[in-house]
Design a protein around this ligand. Structure first.
Ligand code: ADP
Ligand code: ZN
Length: 288
């Protein structure tokens, strides 16, 4: 049996299942402090005979196996979790192989194996929620290098009529600073869910996301782009992206038909936990 953890800033989802993406059981645990949250995580997996565990985690995290602090959550704004050895804690407790990657890389793997990009060896998974993050599968492998990609923090051209300063604590008006959920709320003075009828809100959101997608497409040329996260519940954002992206590309790069190229997650909110299960499977195969 495989174990999976989707470690999020608000909650941890834990599940047991197999590589087909079928879950036998799962639970949700609030993300408080490591002592409290991890005690419950360990209690959950303790009930099963698990062969390996896969972790898709919020970050920033260290995913470089060569590093001394491999498997740590690193410079997160969540102080209690800073420099926390997440992978090591699970490995030491259960003595099984542990796969470790970002939540969004896990989601990309989930969608590429069992979801919207099934059968493709490449896809990009982007979440637009409290923050903006992206993971990618490239030639069947998860995209990582010196560290993991942080595609949410790229720079975009400001809309001439957008006077909002931006909210990223590091870069102020990077993509995340201008287009994540909290920025929408601060710019327009209300939660996204209450702005459904304000066309200009979602038009502007698509204006920024289309710029980001243009850059991701030019660099990675993914075979499928999957956009999830709370903000993408507004289907109007997809329409806005379909409008702005071709205007930006100017036919320089031929794009597939957009409504089947840029899509919602087929696994819904299970993309991350499904991918984590697959990380567990990969870790098991690598160990044997
Ligand atoms: P997280 O990123 O924390 O995992 P979500 O993906 O749900 O969580 O993103 C939360 C953000 O998405 C919040 O800023 C919230 O206002 C926004 N959001 C959630 N649901 C909707 C919706 N239906 N329409 C617009 N914005 C939404
Ligand atoms: Zn930033």
């Amino acid at each position: 049996m495989l174990g999976a953890i989707e470690a999020g800033g608000t909650k941890f989802v834990c599940a047991v299942g197999d590589e087909t993406g079928e879950f036998a059981h799962s639970i949700q645990i609030p993300t408080t402090c490591p002592e409290e949250t991890m005690a419950k995580v360990i209690e959950f997996f303790g009930q099963y005979d698990i062969d390996s565990v896969g972790i898709g985690s919020f970050g920033p995290i260290n995913i470089n196996p060569e590093s001394k602090t491999y498997g740590y959550i690193t410079s997160t704004p969540k102080i209690a979790w800073r420099n926390y050895p997440l992978l090591q804690t699970i490995k030491d407790t259960f003595g099984v192989p542990v796969g470790f990657n970002t939540d969004v890389n896990a989601a990309a793997l989930g969608e590429a194996t069992h979801g919207a990009a099934k059968g493709l060896d490449s896809c990009l998974y982007i979440t637009v929620g409290t923050g903006i993050g992206a993971g990618a599968v490239v030639q069947g492998e998860l995209l990582q290098g010196h560290s993991h990609p942080e595609m949410g923090h790229i720079l975009v051209r400001r809309h001439p009529s957008d006077a909002y300063t931006g909210k990223c604590p590091y870069h102020v008006d990077c993509l995340e600073g201008l287009a994540a959920g909290p920025s929408i709320e601060e710019r327009w003075g209300d939660k996204g869910i209450n702005l459904v009828d304000r066309k200009e809100v979602w038009d502007l959101e698509g204006y920024y996301l289309a710029q980001a997608l243009m850059q991701y497409i030019l660099i990675l040329s993914p075979k499928k782009i999957i956009l999830g996260g709370g903000v993408m519940n507004q289907s109007q954002v997809f329409s806005s992206i379909y409008k702005y992206l071709p205007e930006l590309m100017k036919e320089y790069v031929s794009l597939p038909e957009l409504s089947s190229y840029i899509v919602s997650p087929e696994l819904g909110d299970r993309a991350g936990i499904t991918g984590s299960l697959l990380l567990a499977h990969r870790a098991l195969i690598e160990e044997n």
